[in-house]
Design a protein around this ligand. Structure first.
Ligand code: SF4
Ligand code: SF4
Length: 308
């Protein structure tokens, strides 16, 4: 009978291009969902109502896959060696959205990986997600030893920084489980000090109501007038807290995925304001920027122009 081991999974995942692979034992996320509830009670999720739904699934991943024994967490680096140009009349796009939508890339990689593993072990059951399901992906990434959650709430790996996407495969297979990487933020507060809107309201807690990333991507309504003049030219997302993190300054490395190279690093505000739906859909068909729809992107461009 073929035996699926950590080594085989790691080899196959690396061949497909994943940069980090870790394994966590499935258990109830009691403490973590209590923390999530406190965050929700304070209204820090803003309009992300989906964070309140499927709470039982977030707490017990076996509500998603009843036979689940392990979570395999995977990370894919998206860093490319470019910086933003600070140009008048342009808005900056968050690094993760410079190229092709990572969902397309990672879904394909995950499907291939799951198929290859099932060929080795036909009894393997899997369910995979790339930040779209009711899964506490950062918690599982930490439990799988990919890194620690920094004070800005992104996962940081001590050798690779934090410019990566995470995904997870929930599976019925038992593995050897990874060691947890302890928090290395120490006394650093660079991300908290640099955030222009004060969105990191305390260490490890981000209030989405104040976060440029949430406001420019997830928010469907108007942007709060209190934030006017504080967006530092970000039109889609915000990288400031990751840009200032010393772990990224030391350990960022270039991705092997050509599709993550920049196509939309900055956007002309006037060009955005003059787009129609057809033009928007053509221009951003394969980009994460399509998430805002034309209306959201034009709202962001207008907000930046008004602040000038
Ligand atoms: S993404 Fe930007 S606004 Fe949000 S917490 Fe980080 S620095 Fe602050
Ligand atoms: S900037 Fe400093 S405090 Fe913030 S996540 Fe990085 S190491 Fe941690």
């Amino acid at each position: 009978m073929p035996q699926l081991t950590n080594k085989i999974v790691i080899e196959k995942a690396k061949q497909l291009g994943f940069d980090l692979i870790g394994f966590a034992e499935v258990n109830l996320l009691e403490r973590e969902t209590e923390k999530l509830q406190l965050w929700l009670d304070k209204g820090y999720q803003a309009a992300m109502g989906y964070m309140e739904r499927n709470f039982h699934k977030r707490k017990d991943i076996r509500e998603i896959l009843p036979s689940a024994k392990s979570v395999i967490s995977l990370a894919l680096n998206y860093y490319t060696p470019y910086k933003h140009n600070e140009e008048e009349g342009k808005g900056k796009v968050s690094r993760y959205a410079w190229g092709k939508d990572y969902h397309f890339i990672m879904w394909e990689m995950l499907e291939k990986l799951e198929n290859e593993l099932k060929q080795i072990e036909p009894e393997l059951e899997t369910k995979s997600y790339v930040d779209t399901g009711p899964v506490m992906d950062k918690v599982w990434a930490v439990k799988s030893g990919l890194g620690w959650m920094g004070k800005h709430t992104n996962i940081i790996n001590p050798n690779k920084g934090s410019w990566f996407f995470i995904a997870e495969i929930i599976t019925n297979w038992v593995f050897d489980y990874s060691e947890i990487i302890t928090d290395h933020c120490g006394t650093c507060t660079a991300c908290i000090d640099a955030c222009p809107t004060g969105a990191i309201v305390q260490e490890y807690v981000v209030d989405a109501n104040k976060c440029i990333s949430f406001q420019t991507i997830e928010n469907k309504g108007d942007i709060s007038a209190e934030l006017k003049g504080k967006f530092e030219s970000w039109i889609f997302g915000c990288d400031i807290c990751q840009d200032v993190c010393p772990w990224n300054n030391k350990f960022s490395f270039t991705t092997s995925i050509q599709d993550f190279y920049p196509k939309n690093k900055e956007l002309s505000l006037d060009e955005v304001l003059n787009l129609d739906n057809k033009g928007f859909n053509e221009r951003f068909a394969e980009s994460p920027i399509k998430r805002t729809k034309l209306k959201g992107l034009q709202r962001n461009a207008g907000f930046l122009k008004d602040a000038d």
